[in-house]
Design a binder for this molecule. Structure first.
Ligand SMILES: Cc1cc2nc3c(=O)[nH]c(=O)nc-3n(C[C@H](O)[C@H](O)[C@H](O)COP(=O)(O)OP(=O)(O)OC[C@H]3O[C@@H](n4cnc5c(N)ncnc54)[C@H](O)[C@@H]3O)c2cc1C
Length: 529
């Protein structure tokens, strides 16, 4: 049994920075990581085309001025290998590895109310004890394998985008089927199509995707950003989405039809997420949203030559942006290739996976490789898979059966001295997540420092404060169009999961300010014992 001050679970961007911050407080900290390397998301998601869709100069750590000045991002949106290389560089630069235990999954954690200690069990049999437990387990770290009848019968190779073989996979001359057209599907489809003999895309839900227009970062732009990095990071911290792009320029409904077209076209040409965040009313007014949506649909109709395929690819069953927006490179263009076919499995559902492919109600499809781009048990999956027991043995999974509740998305009643990074009820997946991780890490480190300085043995969320926070998160989401889609934000992609909108929608800046105010005023909403 190893005794530590703090155990951090997960060595993605959140866990790495948490370790660095706790070391600075002089606390003996160990990070436990299931994978054999650092990087989290970027360690596991090695599918072709995997890359970030927030610009790299923004989607990177801001805590070290030297690091951000020295690091060179070759492309506007870095590839998975580039981001993993960066994560490894950070681990080496700050000498993090000596306190990370790799290839070790945390299976259980139990709080002893008398000792005020957590006992943490792992799959390797090693046990740890710690005064604090920080869950940096990630919002998108548990791959969701769909419940497709007959999946076990398939004789070819099955690959999940979120658990991709480390040695890669060569699709040359292979026939491939892919299920799933969310971000991972949309990123990988053009590259799989480029190599494969034939690719069949099985689409249940058409998603909105905006072009990335990716390419090298012009030297001038890089210099400008680096010259103003501090100010730009400040701007990101004061923004809705934790990014320095200009947002909330205009209200769609206040524009004339000509101005509207011009604005939509400009955002489309700029590419990326700001097509959504540039408009103040895009996520609150159905009318405004529909205008933004129809502009995208018309782009799809203009790109995809087969009108029938174009209509299948046009999202019509949910508001624009209510499911996570995708950012692509040549996604819609891919459907103009001769070696790509599209099957609408909403109209003609999959009956079963066969030995050589799959069968829908109307046809039999054959392929050698099946790619599952079917996403994650998002936001809570990694936490509910661990047997986390708080005071009196209560199980977190049970407490969250009807939906997760966490005060500020960070702390849970009955689970003292446990903190969750980018937990449900925080902006998390609606923000630039590296910045969201940094904000949480810094706030949690400050709270732990406060506890240490004041000889507190237990820090716990007050049940009423937690309840009120959860209510506020739900009410705010209810005023937006986010709740009008069957999205993973709501847990809708996992059968049996409670339907609760999990991210905080009021904006990263409002959220961070609230957290800061709470810290400044002696942590109302927490019991400090
Ligand atoms: C393909 C893809 C692209 C993305 N692109 C963007 C983007 O452009 N911008 C953006 O803001 N966000 C993006 N995200 C979200 C991304 O998850 C975050 O940006 C960020 O990497 C999260 O870091 P993290 O450390 O919180 O979690 P993760 O990176 O998920 O790390 C969590 C770690 O915890 C480990 N872990 C989990 N459970 C256990 C356990 N029981 N025991 C031991 N270890 C455990 C996991 O193995 C993992 O290494 C993307 C996600 C995906 C999947």
């Amino acid at each position: 049994m190893q005794d530590r001050d703090v155990i951090v679970v997960g060595a993605g961007f959140a866990g790495m920075y948490m370790l660095h911050s706790l070391r600075r407080l002089g606390l003996a900290t160990t990070v436990i990581e299931r994978g054999s390397g650092v990087g989290g998301t970027w360690f596991w998601n090695r599918y072709p085309g995997a890359r970030c869709d927030v610009e790299s100069m923004s989607y990177s750590y801001s805590f070290s001025e030297e690091l951000q000045q020295e690091w060179v991002w070759p492309h506007r949106y870095a590839t998975q290998p580039e981001i993993l290389c960066y994560a490894n560089h950070v681990a080496d630069r700050f000498d993090l590895r000596r306190d990370i235990v790799f290839d070790t999954a945390v299976t259980a954690a139990e709080y002893d109310d008398l000792e005020k200690r957590w006992t943490i069990n792992t799959g390797t049999g090693e046990t740890f004890r710690a005064r604090y437990l920080v869950m940096a387990t990630g919002c998108l770290s548990v791959p969701k394998v769909p419940d497709l009848p007959g999946l076990g019968n398939f004789r070819g190779r099955v690959l999940h985008t979120a658990d991709w073989p480390r040695e890669g996979y060569d699709f040359t001359d292979q026939t491939v089927g892919i299920v799933g057209t969310g971000s991972s599907g949309i990123q990988s489809i053009p590259l799989i199509a480029r190599d494969a003999k034939h690719l069949t895309v099985f689409q249940r839900t058409a998603n909105y995707s905006i072009p990335a227009w990716n390419g090298p970062i012009p030297q001038k732009r890089e210099s400008e950003i680096k010259l103003n990095y501090r100010a730009l990071r400040q701007k990101s911290r004061g923004s809705y989405a934790g990014d320095y792009a200009d947002e909330y320029y205009v209200s769609i409904l206040e524009l004339s039809p000509e101005e509207r077209e011009e604005q939509f076209e400009r955002r489309w040409q700029e590419g990326g997420f700001n097509y959504q965040y540039a408009f103040a009313d895009a996520m609150v007014s159905e009318q405004a949203n529909e205008l933004a949506a129809e502009f995208v649909r018309n782009k799809i109709r203009a790109i995809v030559k087969d009108p029938q395929a174009a209509e299948i690819l046009c999202p019509k069953d949910h508001p624009f942006g209510a499911k996570r927006l995708c950012v692509d490179t040549q996604y819609y263009e891919t459907y103009n290739r001769d070696n790509v076919s599209l099957v609408d499995i909403k109209a003609d559902p999959i009956i079963e996976i066969t030995e050589t492919g799959l069968r829908t109600g109307q046809a039999e499809h054959h392929f050698e490789v099946l790619v599952l781009a079917t996403g994650f048990d998002a936001m809570t999956g990694a936490l509910t898979r661990i047997d986390i027991r708080g005071r009196h043995g209560v199980l977190l999974r049970e407490r969250w059966r009807d939906g997760p509740q966490a005060y500020l998305g960070v702390a849970v009643t009955e689970f003292p001295n446990m903190f969750v990074i980018t937990g449900p009820g925080s902006p998390s997946v609606l923000a630039n997540m590296i910045l969201a991780c940094e904000q949480h890490v810094e706030w949690i480190a400050q709270l732990i420092e406060h506890a240490e300085e004041n000889a507190l043995t237990a820090v716990e969320a007050d049940p009423e404060a937690q309840e009120q926070w959860a209510r506020q998160v739900t009410e705010s989401a209810g005023k937006t169009l986010y709740v009008k889609a069957n999205s993973w934000y709501l847990g809708a992609n996992v059968p049996g999961k409670a339907r609760v909108f999990m991210p905080y929608v009021d904006g990263f800046q409002v959220y961070s300010q609230t957290c800061d105010d709470i810290a400044k005023t002696g942590y109302p909403g927490f019991h400090l014992r």
